[in-house]
Design a protein around this ligand. Structure first.
Ligand code: ADE
Length: 229
């Protein structure tokens, strides 16, 4: 999968993609992330990318020309399955959307800043608007990284243990069950006997029961969502 990200603060994007699973995904050639500095397409000698909002009000808005030029340049070279704008008023990101996006070949992400981007870019270029939650961040870079990470780790072959993504919270509509590692007894706190029994059927049943119980207690809305579908 290829993911392009357009940003006015590209420095924010580099480090998180150079470690751990995202690093491995790129090294394995399963994920390519290309970061584009919008300022390269800025106007005039100051490479201006933002301006005051028509009608007044606080905050700056990203102008349409640099964005359109950057998008046109990229779209002339690649065909994108989705052009995604990260924004608090977008569709709420969840595991289902991550799964769906992990099947795509080419994604283009626009990280806005300031007050947002000119509405005409949203109308004429953007195909999907994503919010990572009901809170406002100072830019779309962290949300873009959240999407890249959640989607990237689902690409087949990225995780070593192919089953481990399947055991994640939300993957089957449930929160994940508790996990334990050695020592079996830590300060007198024991690991549940069933996990040490070697009885894989019993372990699977225990994990399912725990996942169900945890979901009922913490996120009953997830169980209602399942019923509604
Ligand atoms: N940009 C600022 N806040 C955001 C959010 N919650 N989700 C996506 N993009 C954003």
């Amino acid at each position: 999968m290829r993911i392009d990200i357009i940003s006015v603060v590209p420095e924010l994007l580099h480090s998180p993609l150079q470690h751990s699973i995202m690093k491995r995904a790129q090294e394995k050639g399963l994920l390519e992330v290309h970061i584009h500095d919008l300022r390269h397409f800025g106007l005039g000698k100051h490479r201006q990318v933002d301006d005051y909002p028509f009608g007044g009000g606080a905050g700056m808005v990203l102008r349409p020309e640099p964005l359109a030029q950057c998008l046109d340049t990229l779209m002339a070279q690649h065909t994108y399955d989705e052009i995604i704008y990260l924004t608090p008023d977008g569709q709420r990101f969840d595991q289902k959307m991550a799964n769906r996006l992990s099947l795509k070949d080419n994604l283009l992400l626009i990280a806005g800043h300031y007050k947002g981007i000119d509405e005409r870019i949203r109308q004429h270029y953007v195909t999907l608007e994503i919010s990572i939650g009901d809170y406002v961040l100072s830019g779309g870079e962290l949300p873009a990284l959240v999407v890249v990470d959640a989607v990237g780790r689902l690409i087949p072959g990225v995780l070593n243990d192919e089953t481990s993504a399947l055991l994640d919270s939300f993957q089957d509509g449930l929160l994940a069950p508790p996990v334990y590692t050695r020592p079996a007894n830590f300060r007198g706190w024991e690991v549940p006997q069933v996990l040490r029994s070697g009885n894989f059927k019993a372990i699977e049943a225990w994990r399912y029961e725990q996942a169900l119980q945890r979901t009922r207690q913490r996120r009953p809305d997830l169980l209602l969502d399942e019923e509604a579908e």
